[in-house]
Design a protein around this ligand. Sequence first.
Ligand SMILES: Cc1cc2nc3c(=O)[nH]c(=O)nc-3n(C[C@H](O)[C@H](O)[C@H](O)COP(=O)(O)OP(=O)(O)OC[C@H]3O[C@@H](n4cnc5c(N)ncnc54)[C@H](O)[C@@H]3O)c2cc1C
Length: 304
Amino acid sequence: MSAPAFFFPRTVAEAADVLDAYDGAAKLVAGGTALTLMVAQRLVSPQALVSLRDVPGLGEVRIDSGGDSEDAGVLRIGALVTHAAAARHPLVRRHAPLLADSLAVVGNAQVRSAATVGGVLAEADYASDPPATLRALDARVTAHGPAGERTIGVGELLLGFYQTSLASAEIVTEVRVPVLPAGTGSAYLKYTSRSHEDRPCVGVAAIVRCADDGTCADLRIAVGAACDAPLRLGAVEQQARGRQLDDATLTELADTYADRIDPVSDVRGSAWYRREMVRVWVRRAVERARLRTRAHEHSKERAQ
Ligand SMILES: Cc1cc2nc3c(=O)[nH]c(=O)nc-3n(C[C@H](O)[C@H](O)[C@H](O)COP(=O)(O)OP(=O)(O)OC[C@H]3O[C@@H](n4cnc5c(N)ncnc54)[C@H](O)[C@@H]3O)c2cc1C
């Protein structure tokens, strides 16, 4: 087999044209952390590799403020921003601390300094950390292809095991993360069953906003790494609104996620074990997020 041709386009359109010309036989390279393993293991044998290295603008982080509207703004992270750079970026830490936390626990420092925000979504490996968080945050990606540009919600992008809704010549250029309203609490909890540097056995992202009386005004829970794509149960989240997130509600939420998930069995845990871990970690993540809400801080102050 001959070595693949290498391309270093200078624009996204040029990159999409090369991918289109190879009709599925070319692969994009971002951080290369997943692709090099796939090539080494002969899971893929691309005829061409297309690097995004020389395309300007894909390594930037910006914020679109919401102005006077109720909208708190949108954080825009270029597809080539590495996990390490995003996790320590002041805009990400300030406007999306949940995302910074989940990027900071990926693998090890070497992986984090190469792996990119676009790459982890395009790879769609079920055993990843950031996708669950991005799903909970209602993030959207911008994708550019021969037919033009479109935005796709992370829930519609991640279809299943290593499967996305991207066309073969479509390129993720940006991840757009809506900023959460002030006072919202959030937590990402990663559970590893082998070593602390391992991919997650289960990862849970939880977001909680409480009304002044302490009842739940907004709840989002995304369970990652336990099934084919991050799981959110919208109707269950809705039912928690207006209720106290007390012991009974937390038990009900954890049991519902554990009962409804269709867990995968792999080296990190059997399907039975994963279901039990979902029960444990959903509860812990929601509890942690609730403790970080402003309503909780106020209730502590009133008690003092
Ligand atoms: C030792 C090790 C430990 C790891 N541990 C963890 C962990 O604990 N948690 C975790 O979440 N992940 C973990 N990972 C996975 C790692 O985070 C992913 O490999 C990484 O996110 C992929 O990003 P990349 O930029 O390197 O993608 P690449 O390897 O460059 O590409 C991956 C795939 O996506 C495509 N692609 C890349 N960029 C784009 C784009 N912009 N648009 C369209 N398609 C694109 C490529 O063509 C390829 O098919 C680990 C990986 C390794 C090697």
